[in-house]
Write a protein that binds this ligand. Structure first.
Ligand code: 9MR
Length: 672
């Protein structure tokens, strides 16, 4: 949103300036949207801030059935063999990142997280390493391997399996014999973790093993003692991976206890290589439920996609059959996360084409659903710039409040759009966010930090955090993303204003977009691990004439596709606000027009019907209703909905005092 309002100036050139601001009566609410229940594993896991991943083999990436399922269902990827020592450093000092890069680049382009697997393991280890007998040599070889590999993938890996399978099976609870333990002693694990932390501080560092799922097993206890010792001495460790290669009986009854006991040491836990002989539905449901029941169980990875892709293919242990169809265990895993299964077969063509957005849009608008609510200390003229997430059974809406003297923020929540008009308005100037210029909020849950973020403009790009979105008093005081306006913005902003900051992350990086009311869209970048710090490299992501690329940009990931969607608000030839749209296969990429003209807009009065009465001709600053609520800003590909600001077409006068209200667009030309 544009701070002309803040300054109390008029936009004489483009806005109709009729003097009388007639009040708009809120119209009837449109039907409530479908409950937000995802129909893919990754999207459903994302609803609780988790991921659902799979092992991927580079050799299968030219199989369309395989990649179709991979990209539709999974939002995390573990290279099955391509990042192991015998692939990456087969000869000493000769590094081959080709196969690993193939998987990593593909995942990055699609916004899938990457788990790095694995740096130090006694298997798939070249003979030249196994033959080393000198401790100093082996130490430097191990540390060099860790450093080189982590450096290569720096900032792109969510979690690394730093050490894999170092404990012995059976009743000893001790480490197994391996060249590492035998030559370096049991301290090699600590050494590996310390080296790993300095190589890539943004990656979570995991110890990964099998047969550590049953709490009373000696092996589980041995690993537990090691993690407890590491945490007590400050040795860097962030997570424990429980591989979970189960027999037909599924997880042991103590599985959830094991997950929570590890988590209680102050580490995340992850199910890293799940497969279950014959894939019984109850066994899968029990495994998934155990993770869902433990707050620090951050994600689940199955060890392959179809039964035919599995290292134990004779046991049919996975979620998809050899033809790529969903097995009953798929439904039970999805249901255990709270999702509902899609009706179509996994390989039906309609499912794949459903992921792409159409090239033109038609919408039906509700009446004005949300109007300002003044109280004794707040005399509000307009409610603007909404940000919305559906979380825990409620819509949570943040918006700007405007009046002649300036801008601040408000929060409301409701379970159904029919209740939006009666929700209580919590003025955030009464919280640590404070009084003064705060506007154009954007809300999301940053899953890696398990923290809600509210991003807004204050003259700088600012943010507050809150562990509980439903508690308006939980927001922290504003902090700035930048020490000052980046040079490139200063050089291009002209007479514009720096507005409408927007954050979106893929599995490796977070991007901060902003506008200058002068035809430029800017983009800064940092790593997921460094966020909210480190936004540098500010570039112009898109440019056009001033009013054609004005402000209020939104960027989203389209669920089940490799598309990102960019919306930017423009001012049309009639002086009214509308949205143009573009897509890209990468957040840092260039944007291709989708529906980007006045004749074929994303959303403009000429492609919106108003069954409850045409209460607005502006379709202005707002947000899509997302499929999830995390930092990936994932939207559905179908039946889009957009919460926007509109106003009585006859209203004019002081820009700050215009009677903005919030209404909901629902797409009417969805083909899926
Ligand atoms: O699935 C992997 C298979 O393709 C390899 O041949 C095998 C070689 O040891 O490794 C398999 O993956 C293993 C993983 O890296 C570590 N935990 C056990 C997995 C199954 O053996």
């Amino acid at each position: 949103m544009n701070p002309l309002k803040r300054l109390g100036r008029r936009r004489a050139s483009v806005l109709s300036l009729l003097a009388v601001a007639a009040l708009v009566t809120p119209g009837a609410a449109s039907a409530a949207p479908d409950a937000v229940r995802a129909s893919t594993l990754g999207a459903q896991a994302a609803q609780s801030g988790r991921y659902f991943g799979t092992a991927v083999a580079a050799g299968r990436l030219d199989d369309g059935t395989y990649t179709g399922i991979l990209d539709r269902e999974f939002n995390s990827v573990t290279p099955e063999n391509e990042m192991k020592w015998d692939t990456i450093e087969r000869s000493r000092g000769q590094f081959n990142f080709g196969p690993g890069d193939q998987i990593a680049n593909r995942a990055s382009q699609r916004g899938q997280r990457l788990r790095g697997h694995t740096l130090v393991w006694h298997q798939q280890l070249p003979d030249w390493v196994k033959a080393i007998r000198d401790a100093n040599t082996l130490r430097s070889v191990m540390n060099n391997h860790i450093t080189q590999v982590m450096n290569h993938y720096k900032g792109r890996i969510y979690a690394w399996d730093v050490v894999n399978e170092a404990f012995a099976d059976g009743g000893s609870g001790q480490m197994r014999s391996s060249v590492f333990r035998d030559v370096l002693g049991t301290g090699f694990i600590e050494e590996a973790f310390r080296t790993a932390r300095s190589a890539d501080p943004s990656a979570k560092l995991c110890y990964n093993d099998y047969n550590i799922e049953n709490w009373s097993d000696a092996k589980t206890q041995g690993v537990y003692r090691m993690v407890r010792d590491f945490k007590s001495r400050g040795v860097p460790i962030d997570c424990v991976g429980l591989q979970s290669h189960f027999g037909a009986g599924g997880p042991p009854s103590s599985f959830q206890t094991t997950l929570s006991n590890f988590a209680a040491l102050g580490v995340d836990v992850q199910i890293t290589e799940l497969d279950i002989a014959q894939a019984p539905t109850a066994a899968y449901a029990n495994t998934v439920r155990a993770c869902m029941n433990v707050a620090r169980c951050t994600g689940i990875t199955v060890w392959g996609i179809r039964d035919s892709d599995s290292w134990r293919s004779g046991e049919n242990p996975l979620l998809f059959d050899r033809n790529g169809n969903k097995k009953p265990a798929y439904q039970s895993a999805l249901t255990a996360m709270g999702g509902s299964a899609a009706v179509r077969r996994a390989d039906a063509p309609a499912t794949r084409s459903a992921a792409a957005l159409p090239t033109s849009f038609r919408w039906s608008s509700s009446g004005a659903l949300i109007a300002p609510k003044s109280d004794s200390t707040h005399n509000i003229a307009g409610i603007k710039d909404p940000s919305v997430v559906y979380y825990n059974g409620k819509y949570h809406v943040f918006a700007s409040t405007a009046n002649a003297s300036g801008y601040n923020l408000v929060y409301l929540s409701f379970s159904d759009w029919s209740q939006a008009g009666s929700a209580t308005h919590h003025y955030l100037d009464r919280t640590a966010i404070g009084t003064g210029y705060r506007a154009a909020p954007q809300v999301f849950y940053n899953a890696p930090q398990r923290l809600w973020y509210l991003v807004y403009q204050t003259g700088n790009a600012s943010y507050s955090t809150n562990p509980d979105i439903s508690n308006p008093n939980g927001w922290s005081a504003p902090r700035n993303f930048y020490s000052s306006m980046p040079d490139i913005i200063r050089q291009n902003i002209g007479n514009g204003y720096w507005v409408d900051m927007w954050v979106i992350c893929d599995s490796a990086n977070c991007y901060l977009f902003s506008s200058d009311d002068n035809g430029h869209l800017y983009r800064s970048q940092t790593t997921v691990g460094q966020f909210p710090n480190g936004f540098t490299n500010t570039v112009i992501a898109a440019q056009d004439s001033k009013y054609a690329l004005f402000e209020a940009s939104n960027v989203y990931k389209v669920q089940g596709s490799n598309q990102y969607l960019l919306l930017v608000e423009a001012i049309g030839s009639d002086g009214r606000r509308y949205f143009r749209s573009w897509t890209s296969s990468s957040l840092a990429g260039s944007w291709s027009p989708l529906a980007a003209s006045e004749g074929n807009p994303f959303a403009r009065s000429n492609n919106v019907t108003f069954p409850a009465g045409a209460w607005s001709r502006d379709i202005s600053h707002g947000e899509m209703i997302r499929a999830g609520y995390d930092q990936t800003l994932t939207i559905p590909a179908c039946k889009l909905q957009y919460l926007y600001q509109g106003k009585n077409p006859d209203a004019g006068g002081d820009y700050n005092s215009l009677p903005w209200r919030l209404g909901l667009l629902t797409q009417t030309n969805s083909t899926c």
